[in-house]
Every structure is written in structure tokens, then in C-alpha cells.
Ligand binder design. Structure first.
Ligand SMILES: [Fe+2]
Length: 334
């Protein structure tokens, strides 16, 4: 099935791991056997027709969806995919509850229209009703064997259709964001980092928790997998990983340098005026009234003020992972 379809855009990456390349997003899937596919996220609702067409063309059905996190650009494809295939839906319950809570208690951002808001509400309620939470279905990982590096993130194994996926904790982008590694060793980084054009054009990517986000990003270069997929967006190999990490950390460095200049000019500027000054300095005009951007920028300023060693905090850290693919317990028999 190593074919690229221009219309449905199915690309082969490695073993049984494939992906849809939609420009703004890269959506992976794993073919468990001749007919059953496991999606890793489903993108926006507009991604679903492309997924359905691709599956139909290959004689596949989506039997399961594993979610990296519950943001609308990763889950809203579920509605149509569910209508067609009734897959099992896996994800973090912690993250789902947080998404539902946020959605219900925070006024919608101005960058979302009425239709999108209805879609998100319907998707969240579908997931709530069909849910297979990691908290119940995933198991603490024992493949690490003799390696006990305290710098390594928490990992779990999730078995879906008899195939073992590795879940890696990354709480920087939302409360319980996971990177997902397919049985082929393809690491779907989801929104842990950005890649390609999205990275080049990004000024301040959204963070849920800046401290966690930095902690994860400065360790990413040590991930031992041969292939990587960034949700936004693209595919790259291990050779490029450290450069991708460097560029992602550089985004934060640029923001901190602007804040340093603002503080140098006027040390006691209030938080609100510091945020406005940062937007002006960085020529950010869009999304200034969205809570997600304001939350992110506020964290940058607070982090700067409480971390005189911020430059040091952006230096890469290299935890020692076991070498892929020598992880016998991660692999399922047969
Ligand atoms: Fe995303």
C-alpha cells in the first residue's frame, strides 16, 4: 500500500504507519491488519471526508481512534468518522474533563464561529459517550528495564486491537497531552513541537503550562525513535530532531529577549501593559483578544520575572532512553 494518492493524500511512512498530509496538519494512522486502521487524532471536521475517502480506497475501516489531546483541531473529525465506522475512542480522561470544563466555563474565543462551537460541543459529547480512557486501558510501562533516568517522562503502554502503542506524557500543551509511538517506532509528537512552515511562521505557539512546555521541549532531542510526525505539521527523521528542538526552543528565546528589552526600558510596567508592549514589539495583531494567546503571553512574562536563569532553562537536556527497538516488553507477541 505504498502509494501516494494526490486527492486523499495517503502517505506511507514506516511498516504499518501511514499518514494524511493536509498541509496545516499531518494525521497518522496505523494499519492493524488487512482491514482495521487505528487513527491517531482526526483533525478538524473538514479532515474527515479526506480520511473517509482514503480509507474507502484502501478497503480499510477505522476501528479505533487514539487521541493525543482534546483540542478541536484534533478531535472534530471524530463526528463523521464515528458515523461511518463506529470506532472505539481512546484518550486521556483528565484531558477530556479539562476540555469539557474549559468549553463550558470560558466564553468562546472570537476566532471560533457559531458552527465550530456547535461542532466542538457535539464532538466532546460523542467522545464522552464512547470513551475508552487511558486511565483505565493503558498500563504503566515496564519496557524501560534497567534504565532509571529520573529525567525521563512517564510512559504507558496502550493495547488497541492487539497492537501496543507507547504513550509519553507531555503536559506542556494541555493538561494531559500525550505523544503516541506506533508499534513501528514512529513517534507522533502531536502538538509537543511545531515543524516545517508552521514552525517558520509561528511567533508564540500556544502553551497550557509554559514551565512544562519548556521542560518537555528541551528533552525532545533525546527521543530515540527513527521517525517523527508533528501534527502541525510534517514528517521528519531522527537526524533532524535536534535541529527541530533547537528551533522550537529558539521561539521561546526570542520572546524572552523581547520581554528583557521591555523590562530594561521600564522595570515596573504592569502585567497588562507588559503584554501590550510585547504584542507591539513582536508585531502581533491577530488573536490579541483571544484567551489562549493572552494566557500564553502572560505565562511568558511571569516566567521571565520568576526565572532570572531563563536562558539556562532553554538549554537541551539529554535523558538516556533505552535504545529503540530493544524494548521487548513494549512489543506485543505475534
Ligand atoms: Fe493542534
Amino acid at each position: 500500500m505504498n502509494i501516494i494518492y494526490k486527492d486523499t493524500k495517503i502517505h506511507h511512512l514506516s511498516g504499518n504507519t501511514y499518514y494524511f498530509s493536509l498541509g496545516w496538519a499531518t494525521i497518522p494512522f496505523y494499519v492493524a491488519d488487512r482491514t482495521h486502521a487505528i487513527m491517531l487524532d482526526t483533525g478538524l471536521s473538514s479532515s474527515a471526508p479526506i480520511i473517509l475517502r482514503g480509507m474507502e480506497r484502501e478497503g480499510l475501516k477505522v476501528s479505533a481512534i487514539i487521541h493525543s489531546h482534546m483540542h478541536n483541531d484534533h478531535i472534530c473529525g471524530d463526528l463523521l468518522v464515528y458515523q461511518e465506522y463506529k470506532p472505539e475512542i481512546y484518550g486521556s480522561e483528565t484531558d477530556l474533563l479539562d476540555a469539557v470544563h474549559t468549553f463550558e466555563h470560558r466564553p468562546p474565543d472570537s476566532d471560533k464561529n457559531e458552527e465550530e462551537i456547535i461542532e466542538i460541543r457535539r464532538t466532546l459529547s460523542l467522545i464522552e459517550h464512547r470513551f475508552h480512557p487511558f486511565e483505565k486501558y493503558a498500563e504503566p510501562n515496564s519496557f524501560m528495564g534497567a534504565v532509571h533516568d529520573p529525567e525521563l517522562p512517564y510512559t504507558q503502554t496502550l493495547n488497541v486491537l492487539g497492537k501496543a502503542f507507547l504513550l509519553i506524557d507531555d503536559p506542556g500543551h494541555c493538561l494531559d497531552h500525550k505523544m503516541i509511538v506506533t508499534p513501528d517506532g514512529v513517534c507522533y509528537l502531536a502538538d509537543s513541537i511545531m515543524y516545517g512552515q508552521r514552525l517558520d511562521h509561528s511567533k508564540i505557539p500556544y502553551v497550557y503550562d509554559l514551565g512544562d512546555s519548556i521542560r518537555v521541549r528541551r528533552r525532545l532531542g533525546a527521543l530515540p525513535f527513527p521517525e517523527f510526525i508533528a501534527a502541525h505539521s510534517g514528517v521528519f527523521s531522527r537526524d533532524e530532531l535536534e535541529e527541530v528542538e533547537r528551533k522550537n526552543l529558539e521561539l521561546s528565546r526570542i520572546v524572552f529577549r523581547h520581554i528583557a528589552a521591555i523590562r530594561a526600558a521600564e522595570p515596573n510596567l504592569s502585567l497588562k501593559r507588559s503584554m501590550d508592549a510585547l504584542y507591539d514589539r513582536m508585531s502581533i495583531h491577530n488573536y490579541r483578544d483571544t484567551s489562549w494567546l493572552n494566557d500564553t503571553v502572560r505565562q511568558y512574562i511571569e516566567y521571565y520575572d520568576s526565572h532570572p536563569d531563563w536562558e539556562q532553562q532553554l538549554q537541551p537536556v539529554r535523558p538516556v532512553w533505552p535504545v529503540w527497538p530493544a524494548w521487548p516488553r513494549f512489543r506485543m507477541p505475534g
